[in-house]
Design a binder for this molecule. Structure first.
Ligand SMILES: CC(C)(COP(=O)(O)OP(=O)(O)OC[C@H]1O[C@@H](n2cnc3c(N)ncnc32)[C@H](O)[C@@H]1OP(=O)(O)O)[C@@H](O)C(=O)NCCC(=O)NCCS
Length: 187
């Protein structure tokens, strides 16, 4: 059993890219994951403090990650919604460091370590640290697949509420499309 004392958070670096790619593939099915590795690199550069690796002591293995961006505000038009929630979008087109809304883009815990409360620690790390470094933040938002029950459960634990739903948003290859639930909380 791994607990909070066994883990440590560190900003993602270029040398983490291989582990990040593996974690992403373990976490998300083809068709609903961003396959463009450059987008990871852009996120590291645009918002280094918002891209965190979860490391396991004593060897500092990467066992999870969470990456974030900051939006000026919640998207106001269908075009803006599409641009911001596009799973393949480039942070350079949406990130605004002085914005009000934290967007939690992606988080994964390696399947070997799931169910040990580490997903809670990942989200808690973002929700406590980032508002301190970015005091203009007023809220946090993310989009989850209706099927990702652990993710939905963690979001509810931290007070996220359903704000919107995009029918058939998640289209994994060879699977029925699933709704995307947009969840939001005040900070
Ligand atoms: C989401 C994810 C990061 C959670 O990591 P984790 O370390 O397993 O999470 P935790 O152990 O902290 O919490 C999981 C919670 O889900 C609950 N859960 C697990 N399976 C569930 C199910 N089938 N139905 C409802 N709740 C479930 C657990 O009971 C636990 O809640 P609790 O602590 O209140 O009991 C991990 O499942 C993952 O990487 N999933 C794939 C990618 C993903 O879905 N990312 C989130 C979207 S951005």
């Amino acid at each position: 059993m791994v607990t909070a004392r066994d883990i440590y958070f560190k900003q993602a670096k270029i040398q983490d890219l291989t582990d990040l790619t593996i974690l992403k593939r373990l976490g998300f099915k083809p068709g609903i994951r961003d396959e463009n590795i450059n987008n990871f690199v852009h996120t590291m550069r645009a918002f280094p403090g918002g891209f965190l690796m979860m490391k396991l002591k004593p060897h500092w293995d990467n066992i999870g990650y969470v990456c974030n961006e900051i939006w000026r505000e919640y998207p106001q038009s269908p075009e803006e919604m599409q641009k911001h929630f596009d799973l393949n979008h480039d942070i350079d087109h949406t990130h605004y460091p002085y914005g009000e809304l934290l967007y939690i883009c992606s988080m994964v815990v390696h399947p070997m370590y799931q169910g040990m409360h580490l997903g809670h620690l990942l989200l808690e790390e973002c929700l406590t640290k980032l508002p301190r470094s970015h005091p203009k933040l007023k809220g946090a938002v993310l989009i989850v697949n209706e099927e990702w029950l652990p993710a939905v459960s963690i979001c509810k634990y931290f007070g996220f509420k359903e704000k919107d739903r995009i029918n058939g948003f998640f289209k994994a290859f060879g699977c029925d499309a699933k709704d995307g639930i947009i969840m939001e909380k005040n900070l």
